[in-house]
Ligand binder design. Structure first.
Ligand code: AMP
Length: 187
């Protein structure tokens, strides 16, 4: 089962992805984590993206698409992907469809965690204290939320007509969100 977790920063995608990885014996593809790893390794890509990441700007589609390409086509992990933070633009959504099709896969479930701006700000300011992420400063959080509204939310129109698209109230507590996700993932 390939699942896309969709929603703004702070929706709980990462937390729920980790839950689903254990429950379904799947593999998480978090582009945010992959990109932070590149910065940590100080790779060529890492050097290119440091400023954008710090300022809450999107990394180019080209870089992100390249990062996931080999992962998605890994035959050992076929049909066992949880996408967390990808796709974030229409061109990424089309790229994902293309990559999945090329390896005879598809998206089986799109879980949209719908969250208010106030909840996002509250959660990420709290996360800043725990994880000390440089993009969790209040100004950057607001910028990231606006980018989400302008660039990522339109991806929803691309997905929302599919019978596999399910909306969940992401303002709920973690456990309650998990219970709702369970309804759609009891395979
Ligand atoms: P996340 O960990 O998902 O909150 O992502 C952290 C940051 O990584 C984002 O604010 C972007 O700068 C970058 N990023 C993560 N995923 C993507 C993506 N699919 N497209 C472009 N930039 C991304």
């Amino acid at each position: 089962m390939n699942i896309v977790l969709f929603g703004p920063p702070g929706a709980g995608k990462g937390t729920q992805a980790k839950y689903l990885v254990k429950k379904l014996n799947c593999f998480q593809i978090s582009t945010g984590e992959l990109l932070r790893e590149e910065i940590y390794k100080n790779s060529d890509i890492g050097k290119l993206i440091t400023n954008d990441m710090k300022n809450g700007k999107f990394v180019s589609d080209e870089i992100v698409n390249k990062l996931i390409e080999n992962l998605v086509s890994d035959p050992q992990k076929k049909n066992k992907f949880i996408f967390d933070g990808y796709p974030r633009s229409l061109s990424q959504a089309k790229n994902l469809d293309f990559l999945l099709k090329a390896s005879n896969q598809k998206i089986d479930l799109i879980l949209y965690l719908k969250v208010d701006k106030e909840t996002v700000v509250k959660r990420l300011e709290k996360r800043k204290v725990v994880e000390n992420r440089s993009d969790d400063e209040t100004n950057t959080i607001l910028k990231r939320f606006d980018t989400y509204i302008n660039t990522t939310e339109p991806v929803m129109n691309y997905y929302s007509k599919s019978p596999n698209f399910k909306e969940i109230d992401g303002n709920l507590e973690i456990d309650e969100i998990t219970k709702k996700i369970d309804i759609f993932t009891n395979v």
